[in-house]
Design a binder for this molecule. Structure first.
Ligand code: GLV
Ligand code: MN
Ligand code: MN
Ligand code: MN
Length: 413
């Protein structure tokens, strides 16, 4: 029997963690390896220690809490998400999944110890380092290194805009470890807010993710010539910001050339130099993020963009380089995991449908090394990566019950 009070404890903890790095409008800001990220990690470690779970930190700052259900069992069931956030972000993206995993794991442990459930695997809860990729790019960093998709030494050398490396930032917050994390996995399970509006629109409680979109970024550097905004004749200007602005509009226009909803993209980041009111800018760096279900669409859009960027460079007399970056193939989650979710949702009386994810998740990296399950709960208005991001307590609690059922089945083998 599930203890009904465990979801109340979840809500208390969720709202407590939301106070770390809280912003003015009910959001949070806890970018990777900042002091706010450290505080949420310390909270995670304290939770694990209170429950008597062993805590290990690996060489890329992932934090693992092991719930030993079967001493000596080789393969572990891993569950978690990320506690870091985008700048001025919502309080649900990532943190909901980690808190749900901690509480679901505590409940599974209670069920096993009281003889209400069987275990053939141990359970490990994880907080992945830097899923968001806002301070240090690329995103999905900790889980990708763990899954062998990125090289640890290369990633430790990545620097933020202030010149601080991942290695320096992690050691300054005390989370550069030397443990390994579980080496033999039976499965991975993650729960997350949808960040889209399908579940809300259809009034469905649970989304079982069956695939992830193909994504790629284009890293664009625009070089012009620095000069005086007043004294330089208009025809003599080589304005890098004019070039970057035209590239930004091209990104939007190219999306409109494909059937609605098939290709999405924006320029999400731009740095302008020297960025003074009285100086024509000489250098702009920007990143366009292209995503579609069909890889051919992203590739076609990328080719059109690169070709038209060359025309902008010529017309504006600028040097523009566009480099492919962070290319991630679309991936499919295993059918067995969808079937597990169907069984659990049915048993709990929760409505469920299959969904795709356009957002990146740690589960997409984990799915390359172990059968992975990704579950969504509704997002009000489908908004995310903003302070307005919201999910009701009721939907969060249903998700915690869902994850508890999924983990109970997975640890039972
Ligand atoms: C990062 O949060 C992403 O969705 O790619
Ligand atoms: Mn997330
Ligand atoms: Mn995110
Ligand atoms: Mn994400």
């Amino acid at each position: 029997m599930t203890d009904p009070a465990f979801t109340d404890r979840f809500l208390t903890d969720f709202h407590e963690v939301a106070r770390i790095g809280a912003t003015e409008h009910q959001g949070v800001e806890r970018q990777a390896a900042t002091d706010e990220d450290r505080q949420t990690r310390d909270w995670f470690v304290a939770f694990a220690q209170r429950h008597g779970w062993r805590v290990d930190v690996d060489g890329i700052g992932n934090v693992f809490a092991t719930v030993e259900l079967v001493p000596g069992a080789p393969a572990a069931v891993l569950t978690g998400s990320h506690l870091d956030s985008q700048p001025r972000a919502g309080r649900f993206d990532g943190a909901y999944g980690v808190l749900a995993s901690l509480h679901a794991a505590a409940e599974v442990e209670r069920l096993v110890r009281s003889g209400h459930a069987e275990a053939t695997h141990n359970l490990v809860v994880v907080d992945w380092f830097n899923e968001e990729g806002s301070r240090f790019a690329p995103s999905i960093m900790g889980s990708s290194v763990y899954a062998g998709l990125m090289d640890r030494e290369e990633i430790l050398a990545v620097r933020d805009i202030a010149g601080t490396s991942v290695r320096e930032a992690l050691s300054s917050i005390g989370y550069l470890g030397d443990a390994a994390g579980p080496t033999d996995l039976a499965a991975y399970a993650e729960i997350h807010i949808e960040q889209g509006r399908i579940l809300e629109r259809e009034g469905i409680a649970i989304g079982a993710v069956d695939s992830s979109w193909y994504t790629q970024k284009l890293d664009v550097e625009v070089l012009g010539e620095q000069s005086h905004t007043g004294a330089t004749a208009m025809e003599d200007r080589r304005d890098a910001l004019v070039g970057a602005s035209r590239v930004t509009l091209l990104v939007r226009d190219i999306c409109a050339e494909f059937p609605p909803g098939t290709l999405v993209s924006s320029v999400g980041q731009m740095t302008v130099e020297p960025n003074s009111p009285i100086v024509v800018n000489s250098r702009v760096h920007l990143v366009a993020d292209l995503r579609a279900n069909d890889p051919a669409i992203v590739q076609e859009a990328r080719d059109r963009l690169v070709e038209r960027i060359a025309r902008v460079a010529e017309e504006e007399r600028l040097d523009i380089t566009a480099t492919d970056f962070d290319v991630r193939p679309n991936r499919y989650f295993p059918q067995e995991g969808i079937a597990v979710q169907e069984r659990v949702a049915n048993a709990l009386g929760l409505s469920m449908r299959r969904v795709q994810t356009m957002a990146g998740h740690d589960s997409v990296a984990l799915n390359t090394i172990t059968p992975s399950i990704m579950t969504f709960i509704p997002s009000v208005d489908g908004v995310s990566h903003c302070e307005r991001e919201f999910t009701t307590d009721e939907d969060m609690v249903q998700g915690v019950r869902m994850l508890t059922g999924v983990l109970t089945e997975l640890v039972g083998g």
